[in-house]
Design a protein around this ligand. Structure first.
Ligand code: NDP
Length: 598
């Protein structure tokens, strides 16, 4: 398909993309936003689970994990399998799920295929109901993992860690929380999530609005009616609703609000790229044929291979994510081998991207058409912003009750007592839904809400003030028995985030099992191994995400980039596949090269 499509004028498109970006650049960058939890704490409260009083905990556990999302669950599962019985998760929410606990807005569903996205499907025997499962099913799955592996037994919900300190004498971490707990743990894992601190646009007048308002991660079904399971939002029938923001969250909830609200006004600053979704139910007979031992790992690895520059024989997931990889490969295959220089491969990448984005723009025109269709066209390269996939979002704008208020990149100006001001005009509404996203920063302390004090009083914030340093993204020199479960300096940015987590969980279990069997008190990467790993990472091409040539957004710190530190926010030079292959061999070797056990 890509090879026969008409050529697109690369230079003209670059100019158009730059124009659209420049329109949106603003001096205040990320400071344009305010934190829900800090500035609007009453809006940040947990609307889903009542908080129960309990006595502070002052005991000792073998392993404590900070964060009860996928990472805490999969690490817990693997450690239970490894024989660690006293595993404790500390979680801010009222149940497991992390982002899936908080995000219950109507229409929430995974954007990466359930078969590879939902962790431990094989271990739990769960068959996803759809190619892209909806949030309630994913949340139930989190509970399923929690129950199956006994993770509810020792958990502390509605609890935030405030401080983590290594006690050299006791060879244990002291964990302090906002519920007055002070307990110790031999090992600690941390996965507080890259996107969990909800933010609002710092608009003048935001606290003066007299109607109802909430952030999408605190959806108020009491006000809207309906349920996360999909019951119609019937209480909106006589309401004028504003949704501010058109990112991945808005793309999913707009169609549901559009179906029931008297009127829906969608305030757009930058359109998302919205490609075909093609969700389908999963057929149990088909699934039975697929679910042979080891199937999920095989599918996850196949997905990664299809996003990389290798030439895998099959594409098991076959969706919008793998399509881009296939298009690039098709262009490269067409190139005579002697022309496959890095510059030519990058040009092929750009052409494939241009082709893809022009199809996505044509989709907006075909489905919506007219002036609104034009305004819904995204003018940037696909990975400048989070790609979206939906078969009802664009269609919602063909409904008579749904209005796109495009602001030509300038955004909403302010909030009044009665509504929203954009393009110099006040729109009176009953309800404002802020689909304004989450704070993303390279600064771990600011995002997670606590610092980590390692050996000899060293603060993690000091160690990383010039950028992250780790061994395999998971271990940090100076911070024994600590595991940082996330993607950077490991597989890097991949469309199937949970793959990073299940892979790290295998490593954590492997290291802890070895330490426990051999009776070691501490495990820590050597300074030399960490340095060597970081140097190796920096020898690669660096991350493709976050360029300041892109339209502003959280990927590129609102157009300002992440400065010199950004080079450390990278993955294996050979991509995700390179990391997974490396770490698999590292684990199998059983030598724990780079780690020191004492
Ligand atoms: P985003 O940060 O992607 O979007 C925030 C939106 O608010 C943007 O459209 C932004 O515009 C807009 N905005 C901010 N200020 C203003 C203003 N003053 N006036 C008008 N609009 C404004 O947040 P999301 O919650 O949508 O998504 C965050 C991330 O969460 C996603 O990128 C994705 O990684 C993840 N996610 C995953 C899902 C899944 O896997 N199923 C579903 C939903 C989210 P602008 O673009 O111009 O900055």
């Amino acid at each position: 398909m890509a090879t026969t499509a008409p050529a697109i004028d690369r230079e003209a498109l670059r100019r158009k993309y730059a124009e659209e970006r420049d329109k949106r650049l603003r001096a205040d960058g990320s400071a344009q936003y305010v934190r829900l939890e800090r500035e609007f704490s009453e809006l940040a409260a947990d609307p889903y689970t009542p908080r129960t009083e309990r006595d502070p905990v002052t005991d000792h556990v073998t392993f404590a994990f900070i964060g009860g999302g996928f990472a805490g669950l999969v690490v817990g599962a693997r450690l239970k399998e490894a024989g660690i019985t006293d595993y404790r998760i500390v979680e801010k929410g009222g149940d497991f799920g992390g982002t899936w606990y908080w995000n219950r807005y109507p229409g929430a569903q995974c954007d990466t295929a359930s078969m590879i996205y939902m962790p431990l499907l094989e271990e739990t025997g769960h068959m996803p109901s759809e190619k892209y499962a909806h949030a309630p099913e994913i949340r139930d799955h989190c509970s399923r993992i929690g129950r199956q592996f006994g993770l509810y037994e020792n958990v502390l919900f509605h609890t935030a860690v405030t401080d983590l300190e290594w006690d050299e004498g006791r060879k244990a971490w002291i964990v302090r929380t906002d519920r007055g707990d002070t307990f110790t743990a031999k090992y600690v894992g941390m996965a507080t999530g890259p996107l969990h601190v909800a933010k609002l646009p710092g608009l003048p007048g935001i606290d003066e609005f007299e109607g109802k308002s909430f952030h999408t991660s605190r959806w108020d079904y009491g006000y809207t009616g309906g349920t996360p399971e999909g019951a119609p939002l019937d209480r909106l029938a006589d309401k004028r609703v504003a949704i501010i923001g058109t990112g991945a969250t808005a793309v999913q909830c707009v169609p549901h609000v559009a179906k029931t609200a008297k009127q829906l006004l969608v305030f757009q600053r930058t359109p998302s790229s919205v490609d075909v979704r093609n969700n389908i139910p999963i057929d149990p007979d088909w699934f039975a044929g697929v679910a042979e031992p080891g199937w999920q790992k095989k599918w996850q690895e196949n997905f990664v291979a299809n996003l990389g520059i290798g030439f895998p024989a099959e594409d098991l997931v076959d969706d919008g994510w793998t399509d881009l990889g296939k298009r690039i490969r098709a262009q490269v295959i067409d190139m005579p081998p002697e022309e496959r220089t890095p510059d030519n491969v990058m040009a092929a990448f750009e052409d494939a991207d241009n082709q893809k984005m022009s199809e996505i723009r044509a989709r907006a025109e075909a489905i919506v058409g007219g002036d609104t269709g034009e305004k819904l066209k995204a003018w940037y390269r696909q990975l400048c912003k989070r790609p979206c996939f939906h078969d009802e979002y664009l269609q919602a704008f063909t409904r008579p009750n749904t209005v796109l208020v495009d602001t030509d990149g300038q955004g909403v100006e302010r909030i009044t007592r009665k509504g929203v001001v954009a393009n110099g005009r006040e729109y009176e509404v009953d309800c404002i839904v802020y689909a304004s996203g989450f704070e993303v920063t390279n600064d771990f302390v600011s995002r997670s809400g606590y610092d980590v004090t390692g050996r000899q009083g060293t603060k993690l914030s000091d160690c990383w003030k010039d950028g992250m340093r780790s061994f395999h993204g998971l271990h940090i020199h100076g911070f024994p028995n600590l595991f940082f479960v996330q993607q950077n300096q490991a597989a890097g940015f991949i469309a199937n985030y949970p793959h990073n987590l299940v892979d790290h969980a295998d490593t954590v279990a492997c290291v802890v099992r070895h330490a426990e069997i051999e009776g070691f008190a501490e495990v820590e990467p050597t300074a030399a191994a960490q340095q060597e790993w970081v140097d190796f990472l920096l020898s690669g091409p660096g991350a493709r995400i976050g360029s300041t040539e892109c339209t502003p957004g959280y990927y590129n710190n609102e157009g300002q980039g992440y400065g010199d530190q950004a080079v450390f926010t990278t993955g294996h030079p050979a991509g995700a596949q390179g990391f997974f292959t490396h770490i698999d061999a590292w684990r199998k070797a059983g030598e724990f090269a780079g780690l020191e056990f004492r």
